[in-house]
Write a protein that binds this ligand. Structure first.
Ligand code: SF4
Ligand code: SF4
Length: 344
C-alpha cells in the first residue's frame, strides 16, 4: 500500500472515529474492530440512478449477517484484493474527470458519493477528497451512506461536509441489532435523532432492510421512533435478499412487505416508500414471453426459452442469443433487472 501523507492522516493515530472508540494507531498497522488500516478504495463508478460519482470504500465497523457487500465490508479478512489506497488529490482529480466525461454529463452527475463498507470509519480521508474536489467545483454535491455507528464528533463533521445522508437503521431493539450487526443499537438511535434535529435538510432517507423472522416486527417500532422526533422524515423499507451468513434465509414476500408498509403508514410517518419482495416463483412476464417464443423461434427446450425471456426483459434484442454475431455486441443493453421491475 502507498503511504498516506497529509494532516488528515494523523487523525488515524488514535482512532475514535466510530462508537467502538478503539484508540488504535491505524497508521502503524494497529487495527480495531473494523480491521481497517489506511483508507482503501474498493472501486469507483458513475451511478446513473443517484446521478453520482460513487466511491465504494473498504471495511466496516459492523459484521452484518446479511451484508450484500461482505467481501468488501469484511476486508481485509475476506481475502479479496481491491484497488487500495489512493491519494485524496488523485481521487479528486479522477472524480472530476469522470463527472465531466461524456458519460457523466449524459447521466447529469452532480455529486460525489461515499459508500462501503462504512465510509464514516474513513472520514478524515473523505474530508480531504471533498476539499480537493471543491477547489474546482465549489457547488459539487456530496452523498454519504452510513450505518449510523459513528461518534458524535464524526456525525457532526458528516453533517457539515455532506449534502445528502442515507442512514440505515437495522433494528430497533438492542438484542436484535446486536444479532444482526454485532453492535449495540443505542449509538445508532442517538445519531439518528441528532441527524434529524441538527441536519434534517441533509437527510436523503432513513432506510431499513426487512429480514423475515428477525427484524420484520421491529420496522413499525423504527417508524414510531422517527415519528416521535419528526413525522416528516423519509423512511425507505427495502426487502432483504439472501446473502452472506443469511444466504439460505428467505426474503420477504410481497404480501409481507405490503403488510409492513401499511402498518408503518399507520404510525403517522408521512414519507414512507417500500417496493420489492423476494420472488418465490419465476417472473410472470418471463413465463409469458417464453410461451410466445415457442411459436416464434426454433428453440426447443422449455428452460432455454425461459432463459431467453429473462435476457429479453433485461434488454437483449435477439430471439436466439449469439453474442458473437449480435449487431449490438459492442454496446449491449442487457443489465440486471430486479424481479419486481420485470413484473411491473
Ligand atoms: S473506525 Fe471505529 S472500529 Fe475502526 S479503529 Fe476506529 S474506532 Fe475502531
Ligand atoms: S453496515 Fe453495511 S457494509 Fe457494514 S457489514 Fe453491515 S451491511 Fe455490510
Amino acid at each position: 500500500m502507498k503511504e498516506a501523507t497529509g494532516k488528515w492522516a494523523s487523525r488515524f493515530e488514535d482512532c475514535k472515529l466510530c462508537e467502538w472508540k478503539c484508540g488504535v494507531n491505524r497508521l502503524e498497522a494497529e487495527t480495531g474492530v473494523c480491521g481497517a488500516g489506511m483508507p482503501e478504495i474498493a472501486y469507483c463508478n458513475l451511478a446513473e440512478v443517484l446521478q453520482s460519482y460513487s466511491v465504494t470504500m473498504l471495511s466496516c465497523n459492523f459484521k452484518c449477517i446479511y451484508c450484500n457487500a461482505y467481501r468488501l465490508s469484511q476486508y481485509p479478512d475476506s481475502g479479496w484484493f481491491y484497488r487500495g489506497y489512493v491519494d485524496p488529490g488523485e481521487l479528486a482529480t479522477e472524480a472530476l474527470r469522470r463527472i465531466d466525461s461524456v458519460e457523466g454529463r449524459a447521466m447529469h452527475v452532480d455529486k460525489i458519493s461515499f459508500t462501503g463498507g462504512e465510509p464514516a470509519i474513513h472520514l478524515p480521508y473523505i474530508a480531504a477528497v471533498i476539499e480537493e474536489t471543491k477547489k474546482k467545483i465549489p457547488g459539487l454535491g456530496v452523498g454519504f451512506a452510513t450505518n449510523g455507528f459513528m461518534s458524535k464528533k464524526t456525525l457532526q463533521e458528516i453533517i457539515e461536509l455532506c449534502s445528502y445522508v442515507t442512514f440505515e437503521i437495522k433494528a430497533f431493539n438492542d438484542d436484535t441489532h446486536r444479532a444482526i450487526t454485532g453492535a449495540p443499537v443505542e449509538p445508532v438511535l442517538r445519531n439518528a435523532e441528532y441527524l434529524i434535529r441538527k441536519g434534517k435538510e441533509k437527510i436523503r432517507a432513513f432506510r431499513t432492510i426487512v429480514i423475515p423472522g428477525i427484524n420484520d416486527t421491529e420496522i413499525v417500532e423504527i417508524a414510531e421512533f422517527l415519528v416521535s422526533i419528526d413525522p416528516s422524515v423519509p423512511l425507505r423499507i427495502i426487502p432483504f435478499r439472501p446473502n452472506y451468513i443469511l444466504y439460505y434465509h428467505p426474503g420477504p414476500t410481497k404480501k409481507r412487505m405490503d403488510e409492513i408498509g401499511d402498518a408503518v403508514l399507520k404510525t403517522g410517518l408521512e414519507d414512507v416508500w417500500w417496493r420489492g419482495y423476494y420472488p418465490v416463483n419465476a417472473s410472470k412476464r418471463a413465463i409469458d414471453i417464453s410461451k410466445n417464443q415457442k411459436k416464434l423461434t426454433s428453440v426447443t427446450h422449455r428452460g432455454a426459452r425461459l432463459g431467453f425471456a429473462y435476457s429479453k426483459l433485461a434488454g437483449c434484442i435477439t430471439e436466439n442469443r449469439n453474442c458473437g454475431e449480435c449487431t449490438m455486441k459492442l454496446s449491449c443493453a442487457v443489465g440486471l433487472k430486479e424481479p419486481w421491475l420485470l413484473d411491473d
